[in-house]
Design a binder for this molecule. Structure first.
Ligand SMILES: Cc1cc2nc3c(=O)[nH]c(=O)nc-3n(C[C@H](O)[C@H](O)[C@H](O)COP(=O)(O)OP(=O)(O)OC[C@H]3O[C@@H](n4cnc5c(N)ncnc54)[C@H](O)[C@@H]3O)c2cc1C
Length: 539
């Protein structure tokens, strides 16, 4: 029998539920586990603190099928992102963008799909993790064919400028596969695709999970887990209203078989820390991000940079090594970028007037987390009991961030840009003949607040069996010391990934689901091993 989606904001009484499994979070990992455990015949309940995104006719003609997603940045960040897209690291130095809605990050991400770097998998094997390129193959195939992942070669302005600049400089570049299908090129991926053309969690994993019997409660925030010895007995949650305020109504869940944590790499440690379930002080430690440097070029012609597939062109040239970086193209989201300039008044007006109509944008995602002497990030609870990330950029990363800014600037100039703008406080404008040397002086210190951002948060509950200090989750995905608690999201990564993470999160969540089915004597079935076109030649 099909399950249901219940909107917590409409619940008027306290409730108690007794599923087999309670999954906390409906993002990349939560959606996969909900589907596979429901398919295996378990009674599954997903709790999601963000809102439902129901299917209903919207403003854009018959194909606009998610009315709530109105494509306006100002409304959508507040609705779909953690802390209304204002989440910062503790010292304000890095902006942290994470989804907070049905589908989590998959609802708002830019759809780029890369497999895990082989180099990262080798490092993880050295640390005792079981994943190899070979044994991950069926999991990756399942993801590729189910979503599906495709090579969409409709390039937006930023991608076209990137290709031109790279060709001029002899820098190799390639199509970056993604999970869009018949994309309308509206450029709204980052504020939720209202046309169901991006295969996010609320389009694929979650509706299929509900069809297989899972139930999902949205606007339902998990406060804590009640546990004794090695077992959790209860999940305590509160229903939220449409303004995300807690209502008086509570949800109590007593799962017969256990709890899966899929609340993301800040949310999952948050729930565990509030529950005083910290695996011997290992929860929330060694959290990793891919810090992103941004480079906006100004061109002589109008470019309409907010439209098109945001992220389907990249260069692998600089991606190797422990502090390598991937340069990818993006969409110039006007509100997001205007706020990142840290300017106001006439200065902001001039910048946006000069750059927005004629801009093109590139990002570099930097690999972190490989140097075992560095601590990187720590998640702790703030004064209100909410999780907060304290993150220190490693010196080696700062050097590669300075380098990526220089490389991206040169690509822009080779493509014909007349100047390049760097989101720094105070801002920095570089031309082909002046200012490039200044880039090496940017130290990304706290005083330059939020000139760096990240959309990839990983680690904090590491699977790291060879290192006693960091062994927080076992290779069976169980939280250390607990028999019925599994961590299934990006929190388990022992290092940064060095690639856009959603595909790896999906693959590991499939692996975790198979593990959990096996532990409970139920079959796990791959259903999509054939049929698609492998999108990563040579991988
Ligand atoms: C703007 C943006 C662009 C991105 N672009 C890409 C891209 O192009 N390619 C790519 O591979 N990756 C991209 N990512 C990253 C990718 O989407 C994330 O890495 C991925 O979604 C993380 O999966 P997760 O399961 O760990 O957590 P999430 O997907 O973040 O899901 C966690 C969910 O748990 C919920 N939650 C948290 N705490 C609680 C609680 N206490 N109670 C109930 N629910 C809770 C949250 O609301 C959230 O919905 C992007 C992310 C963002 C934000």
């Amino acid at each position: 029998m099909a399950g249901k989606i219940v909107e917590g904001r409409r619940v008027t009484t306290d409730q108690t539920l007794t599923p087999d499994f309670c999954i906390i979070g409906s993002g990349a990992a939560g959606g996969v586990c909900a589907l596979k455990l429901a398919e295996a015949g378990f009674d599954v309940l997903v709790l999601e603190e963000g809102p439902n995104i129901p299917k209903e006719q919207g403003h854009g003609g018959p194909s606009h099928v998610r009315k709530m997603l109105n494509e306006r940045e100002g409304d959508m960040y507040k609705l779909l992102y953690q802390e209304g897209a204002t989440r910062l690291t503790k010292n304000g130095g890095i902006k942290v963008l994470q989804g907070r809605c049905l589908g989590g990050g998959t609802a708002v991400n830019w759809s780029a799909c890369l497999p895990p770097r082989k180099e990262t998998l080798h490092e993880w094997q050295k640390r005792g993790l079981p994943f190899t390129r070979e044994n991950l193959d069926p999991y990756l195939r399942e993801v590729v064919n189910y979503l599906p992942i495709v090579r969409n070669d409709k390039y937006n302005t930023s991608a076209r400028m990137f290709i031109k600049g790279c060709d001029h400089l002899g820098i190799p570049h390639d199509n970056l596969p993604n999970n869009t299908h018949k994309c309308r090129e509206c450029g709204s991926c980052g504020v939720g695709c209202p046309y169901d053309r991006k295969m996010s969690g609320f389009v694929k994993w979650l509706p299929d999970a509900v069809a297989a019997g899972a139930s999902v409660y949205t606007d339902t925030k998990v406060d804590k887990l009640i546990w004794r010895g090695d077992r959790v007995s209860e999940v305590q949650a509160r229903f939220l209203d449409e303004k995300t305020r807690p209502t008086k109504r509570k949800l109590t869940v007593r799962p017969a078989k256990g709890v899966l944590l899929a609340a993301g790499s800040i949310g999952t440690p948050g729930v565990l820390l509030r529950s005083k379930l910290d695996a011997g002080k290992r929860v929330g430690k060694f959290t990793h991000i891919h810090p992103v440097t941004i480079c906006i070029g100004r061109y002589p012609q109008r470019t309409f940079p907010a439209y098109g597939v945001p992220d389907n062109m990249w260069s692998p040239k600089f991606g190797d090594g422990p502090t390598g970086y991937l340069i990818e193209t993006g969409s110039f989201f006007p509100v997001l970028n205007a706020s990142a300039t840290l300017q106001h008044g006439e200065a902001l007006h001039k910048l946006m007037r000069d750059y927005y109509p004629a801009g093109a944008i590139m990002y570099a995602h930097h690999t972190t987390g490989f140097d075992e002497r560095e601590e990187y990030g720590t998640v702790e609870l703030d004064d209100y009991g909410e999780p907060e990330l304290d993150y220190k950029l490693a010196k080696a990363n700062v050097r590669s961030m300075q380098e990526s800014l220089e490389v991206m600037s040169k690509i822009h100039f080779a493509a014909g840009a007349t100047s390049v703008f760097h989101l720094r406080n105070p801002p920095l404008e570089v031309t082909p003949t002046s200012g490039l040397d200044e880039l090496k002086k940017i130290d990304f210190a706290e005083s330059q607040r939020a000139s760096v951002f990240t959309v990839h948060v990983m680690g904090g509950c590491q699977m790291n069996p060879n290192d006693e200090r960091r062994a927080c989750v076992g290779t069976d995905f169980r939280l250390r010391g607990m028999r019925n608690v599994w961590v299934v999201d990006a929190s388990v990564f022992p290092t940064g990934l060095g690639a856009n993470p959603q595909v790896t999160i999906y693959a590991l969540a499939l692996w975790a689901s198979r593990e959990i089915c096996g532990q409970h004597g139920k079959p796990f079935t791959f259903r999509h091993q054939e049929g698609g076109v492998w999108p990563w030649p040579g991988y």
